[in-house]
Design a protein around this ligand. Structure first.
Ligand code: PMP
Length: 326
C-alpha cells in the first residue's frame, strides 16, 4: 500500500489507497474490515470516480481539454468531481435538488464549481433533466452520468477491489457494500468474483428502498433517512446487476443511526448513515458465517464507509433519532 510519505505533486495523488480498518464488535473468527473512504481528499468514496472518470474521459477525447462537466448530484459526487476537475483544468457545474445538505453545496463552491439548485419536489429526475438542458446550452459540455456510465464501476474494479485484496492477502469471504448508483459494489464485486467465484456478495439498502425487487422480493416502498444509498426505481440504476449479488440486506434508519453513533463512540470513526447501514449488514453477515449459516471462501467480511458525519452536522446527525433528519 502506498504510504504517501513521499512528497506529492497534487492532491489527486492522495485519492484512493485508503486504510482498511477492523470493525471490532464482530466475531473473532470472522473479522469485519471497513475500507474507510473518509481518508480521500474530498472525504468520500466519490473522489475515486471523480479522478478516474475525468482522466479516462479526457484521455479518450470524450471530454475536450478545458471543457465543462455538468452533473446532477446529491453532493459527494459533486465534491469528488470538483476536486478532480479543478486539478485537470475542467470547469464543473452541479445540479443539486434543494433538499440536500448545505455543507456539500458549500464545499462544491469552495472547490471552484458552480451549483444550480432545482426544486425539491422535482426530485433527482428534475436535476437530471436540468443538467442535460444546461449541457446543451454550453460549449464543450458533457454530462458524465454516474448512474449509467460504466467508468463508475470500472474505477472500483481497478482501485478499490485490488486494494482490499492486497491488504488481506486475498483472504476475503464476503463483500457487504451499500448501493446508490451501485458503482462501488459492482466494481468491487466483479473483482472479488474473479478472485473467487463463490465470494458472497451482499448489497445493502435502506428499508423502504426497492433494490430488493430485482431479486424478486416484494418489499414496501417507504421514505427513508439514510443518505446516499437506495432507490425508488431500480430500473433507473442501470449499473446494478442482480446476477453479481447473492442477497440484498435492508437496514432500518434507526439501526443505521444507532450504529453510526456506536462507530464514533466505540471505534473512533466519524462516518455517516450509509456507513452505519453497511456496518450493521456486515456485522450481521459475519455472525451468520460464524454460526455456520453461510459458507464462504475466505475469512474476512469486507465493508466500506463512504463518507464523513461532519457533512451532516447541520442535520443533527448525532442528535436523538427523532431529531435526525436524513
Ligand atoms: N454513501 C454515500 C454517502 C453516498 O453519497 C453514496 C453515493 N450515492 C453511496 C454511499 C453509494 O455509492 P455508489 O453510488 O457507488 O453505490
Amino acid at each position: 500500500m502506498t504510504t504517501h510519505r513521499e512528497p506529492l505533486d497534487s492532491v489527486l495523488e492522495t485519492v484512493g489507497e485508503t486504510p482498511l480498518v477492523r470493525v471490532h464488535d464482530s466475531p473473532d473468527e470472522v473479522p469485519v474490515y471497513a475500507k474507510v473512504e473518509t481518508f480521500n481528499p474530498g472525504a468520500s468514496v466519490k473522489d475515486r470516480i471523480g479522478k478516474y472518470m475525468l482522466e479516462r474521459m479526457l484521455e479518450r477525447g470524450d471530454l475536450p481539454e478545458g471543457g465543462t462537466i455538468v452533473e446532477p448530484t446529491a453532493g459527494n459526487t459533486g465534491i469528488g468531481f470538483a476536486v478532480a476537475a479543478g486539478q485537470l483544468g475542467v470547469d464543473a457545474v452541479f445540479v443539486v435538488p434543494e433538499r440536500f445538505s448545505v455543507e456539500k453545496q458549500q464545499l462544491m463552491r469552495a472547490l471552484g464549481a458552480d451549483v444550480v439548485n432545482t426544486p425539491t419536489e422535482d426530485g433527482m429526475d428534475g436535476a437530471i433533466e436540468r443538467a442535460h438542458e444546461l449541457a446543451a446550452e454550453l460549449d464543450d459540455a458533457v454530462v458524465p452520468q454516474q448512474f449509467s456510465n460504466p467508468l463508475n464501476p470500472e474505477a472500483h474494479y481497478e482501485t478499490t477491489g485490488p486494494e482490499i485484496y492486497e491488504a488481506l492477502d486475498g483472504d476475503v469471504g464476503a463483500i457487504v457494500i451499500g448501493c446508490g448508483t451501485a458503482g462501488t459494489l459492482m466494481g468491487v464485486a466483479r473483482y472479488a468474483r474473479e478472485q473467487h467465484p463463490d465470494t458472497h456478495v451482499v448489497a445493502v439498502e435502506p428499508e423502504g428502498s426497492l433494490y430488493a425487487e430485482t431479486k424478486g422480493e416484494d418489499v414496501p416502498e417507504e421514505e427513508y433517512k439514510i443518505e446516499g444509498i437506495g432507490t425508488h426505481d431500480p430500473t433507473t440504476n442501470e449499473l446494478f446487476d442482480p446476477e453479481l449479488v447473492d442477497e440484498i440486506v435492508q437496514v432500518a434508519d434507526r439501526a443505521a443511526h444507532d450504529e453510526l453513533k456506536r462507530l464514533a463512540r466505540e471505534e473512533g470513526h466519524l462516518v455517516a448513515s450509509s456507513a452505519g447501514a453497511a456496518s450493521v449488514a456486515a456485522r450481521g453477515t459475519a455472525e451468520r458465517i460464524a454460526d455456520g449459516e453461510l459458507d464462504v471462501p475466505g475469512d474476512a467480511v469486507v465493508t466500506l464507509f463512504p463518507d464523513s458525519s461532519e457533512r451532516y452536522l447541520s442535520k443533527d446527525i448525532y442528535g436523538s433519532f427523532t431529531e435526525w433528519e436524513g
